[in-house]
Design a protein around this ligand. Structure first.
Ligand SMILES: [Zn+2]
Length: 87
């Protein structure tokens, strides 16, 4: 009984090793396994500043209440005070 288990383990181990060897060969032919497939390189960035961050809106602090609003907002979203154009 015990011998059978040991033999089974050895067989499984040998099969595993063989499988891995063949898999490596296969990967050599097909492609590198560690390198993820990149379909296309990213297009050139139109904005050189902050290339990795996805479009953080420029904010302007309201002079009335101190809330941050988008720079292109006409008036404050908190108190409704008109935003001054950034100089
Ligand atoms: Zn405000």
């Amino acid at each position: 009984m015990l011998l059978k288990i040991i033999v089974f383990c050895v067989v499984v181990y040998a099969a595993w090793k063989t499988f891995h060897r063949w898999k490596r060969l296969w990967d050599k032919f097909v492609g590198k396994p560690d390198e993820p497939a990149r379909p296309t390189p990213p297009p050139p960035q139109s904005e050189p500043l902050q290339p990795r961050k996805p479009a953080i809106q420029e904010t302007v602090q309201c002079t009335g209440c101190g809330a941050y609003n988008p720079a292109n907002a006409e008036k404050c979203g908190q108190c409704g005070r008109p935003q001054r154009p950034q100089s």
